[in-house]
Design a protein around this ligand. Sequence first.
Ligand code: TRP
Length: 332
Amino acid sequence: MEKKIALTGIKPTGIPHIGNYLGSIRPGLELAEKFRAFYFIADYHALNSIKDPKILREMSIEVAATWLACGLNPEEVMLYKQSAVPETFELFTILSCFTPKGLMNRAHAYKAKVADNLKNKKVPDDNVNMGMFSYPVLMAADILLFDADYVPVGKDQLQHIEMAIDIAQSLNYTYGEELIKIPQAYVREETQTIIGLDGRKMSKSYNNTIPLFLPPKKLRKMIMKIVTNSQTIEEPKDPEKCNVFSLYKLFADKDEIANLQEKYLAGGMGWGQAKQELFEKIDSIIAPKRERYFDIMKNKDYIEQVLKDGSIKARELCADKMERLRSALGVK
Ligand code: TRP
């Protein structure tokens, strides 16, 4: 049986951090063993927030290099830049004609923006451009272009997947045939919330992230900044209520977790020591990837080539489907 397709976009809007690694890269690589995976750099989605060409270009390369360094095999997985697959934007135009404006009015990000504008006594659409407003349609085009079966995303993106499904159904219904496959979201519960330095969800917008490829000394320094309570060394500690332990659990194996848990419960271990254990664990896992990352980054031509090859393959894979679609619509 043919493998099912898993597809997801990665917005190149920041240096990849440990939350991205645990929440998207690591599970993405696991998924790629089971499914035919399409992982692309959503650079035109990023254009909404990044209007500096140098940064957009660099971020796109860095994100691609991060996936490669973490073990993505470009022979197996489609890795490409969204911008290099122009069929995406043709499909976006098509899908726009099957997207009720009211559906977009209900998108979370847009609704939040309007609410914020009203609160600040501005006109509802202040500072809203069409790129932001129709963001979910572009995302639908990314997904529907390749007949993806599963779309691995965080919970914040679920609404967008539902919108993609609605849009696809509306198009199929109009022409009375399944021109476009209906995708499904793929949400993993266990890694939904990765705790950041301050105990809140690790997120660029909270400024509490740990960049993935920091040099060891800086990594250690950051880990030492993780917020803990003020218990003394002697006191037994509750691992389940600890930001250090919650990160440790995501990197260590069962025995290591049980071991550290015992030390928490027994007392006699200070926060400095717990953090040191966390640092050593993370560093042992990240170090080889970090080395590979800096090697790969020395050879940007290689990264560009991988992305280019990926986009050529991707374009071949969507060519027939686009032909069928054009013909069904009557533009060909
Ligand atoms: N909107 C997604 C995010 O912000 C990124 C994205 C763009 C995406 N296109 C996609 C995710 C297609 C899944 C499928 O994280």
